[in-house]
Structures are given as structure tokens and as C-alpha cells.
Design a protein around this ligand. Structure first.
Ligand SMILES: [Zn+2]
Length: 213
């Protein structure tokens, strides 16, 4: 364990804290649940001065009420309090929560970008797919194809795990069964391993590069 903290961290946080030393001062700070997506990696962590941050997380000192906008890494590294309701989370759960918030921001920006595309192309299917996604928090296999196809065509940064595909309803299963295999390959990265099993049961094959995913 190390008792030394970078000088810049000390200079950034001690003047806003009651305790005059670290790590005591860290105990006065907590994550407020406020996040911001700056859309470009142009921001700085106000704690460690790291640059090129896209996502900001707000921390507040419970005694001085001062706030700083920091990177999620600093919250975890310096073990600042992260709550779920009234309960303070342990390190693992705190990481899971911050990762989840980050994923939510990335998904949100991805959906926003797609909505812009849908409006520009006046693509009704894509518009409906996004409306469906906003309501249900998942995509049907058919909608997933349209969404992934347009994401790729427009170079919109996304990860396949952003969107959930549902096979809950028989109709969705039927759609997957009847889908052309090229289209199945487009949505393949978003399918869970059990959904991939179902797809193969319907006679579909894994995409040739599936092992790399
Ligand atoms: Zn930082």
C-alpha cells in the first residue's frame, strides 16, 4: 500500500476539504450520481488532471458541499463513496455501477446519433425501431438488423453489447428463423450465447469471423 498521492491530486482536493491530509480528505467525498457526456474527449479530470475525458462524474464533499467533475477511474482508485440508495457499495459493486452508467451514456449517445440519421434519411423503419427500443429497452431481430446496419453505414461508434435483442415472443423467434443468414450475421454480435444456439437450431451458421468477436 502506498501513502503517497500525486501532488496535483493533493492540490486539487485539499483546499475543498476539511481534512488537511490524504487519504482522510477522500472520506468526505462521494459520487452524486450526476454524469455528463461531453460527446468528444475534450474534458479534464478535476482531481488528477487527466485530459481527453469524454465522460464526467460529479463528486461532492459532504462537509464543504464543494463539487468536482472527475473521471470514473479516480472515484475507484481513491475509493470515493459510491451509493446505491442509502447503502455504500463495496469496490466491486461500485465499479459495476460506474461501468453501467458509462454504458448507459454510450448507448444514449448511440441512440441519439441514430435518431439524427433516421430523421435525415427519413427512414421510417429505423425511426420505429428506435421508438420501440426506447419503450421496450430491447430490439426485435428485424429491428436489430436495421439498427446495426445503419450504425455501421454511418460509422456511429457502438459496441454490439449496447443493444439487447429479444426472442421472448414466438414472433421474434419466427423472424429470426426466417431471416436471411447475411442479416443474422449482422445481428450476431448482439445475440447472447443461448440466442446463438437458437439461431443455429434454425439452421443458421455463425459468421465466418465469429471467433474473433
Ligand atoms: Zn482523475
Amino acid at each position: 500500500m502506498t501513502n503517497t498521492y500525486p501532488q496535483r491530486v493533493r492540490e486539487n482536493i485539499l483546499p475543498l476539504s476539511v481534512a488537511g491530509t490524504l487519504p482522510e480528505a477522500f472520506k468526505e467525498w462521494y459520487f452524486t450520481e450526476q454524469t455528463e457526456d461531453h460527446e468528444q474527449p475534450v474534458e479534464q479530470c478535476q482531481l488528477c488532471n487527466q485530459e481527453e475525458l469524454r465522460y464526467h462524474f460529479e463528486i461532492r464533499n459532504k462537509l464543504t458541499k464543494r463539487v468536482l467533475w472527475v473521471g470514473s477511474q479516480c472515484i475507484l482508485k481513491f475509493k470515493l463513496a459510491v451509493f446505491e440508495g442509502a447503502r455504500e457499495l463495496d469496490a466491486r459493486a461500485a465499479k459495476r455501477k460506474l461501468d453501467g452508467l458509462m454504458a448507459k451514456m454510450r448507448l444514449e449517445s448511440c441512440v441519439k446519433a441514430l435518431e439524427t440519421v433516421a430523421a435525415k434519411e427519413s427512414n421510417e423503419i429505423l425511426k420505429n425501431a428506435l421508438k420501440f427500443y426506447r419503450t421496450n429497452k430491447y430490439l426485435t431481430p428485424r429491428f436489430a438488423f436495421v439498427v446495426f446496419w445503419r450504425l455501421k453505414a454511418n460509422n456511429i461508434d457502438h459496441s454490439p453489447s449496447f443493444f439487447k435483442v429479444s426472442l421472448k415472443k414466438d414472433k421474434y423467434k419466427r423472424d429470426l428463423a426466417q431471416m436471411e443468414v447475411d442479416r443474422v450475421h449482422v445481428i450476431w454480435p448482439a445475440l447472447s450465447s443461448s440466442q446463438r444456439q437458437i439461431a443455429m437450431k434454425y439452421g443458421h451458421t455463425a459468421p465466418p469471423d465469429a471467433l474473433k468477436i
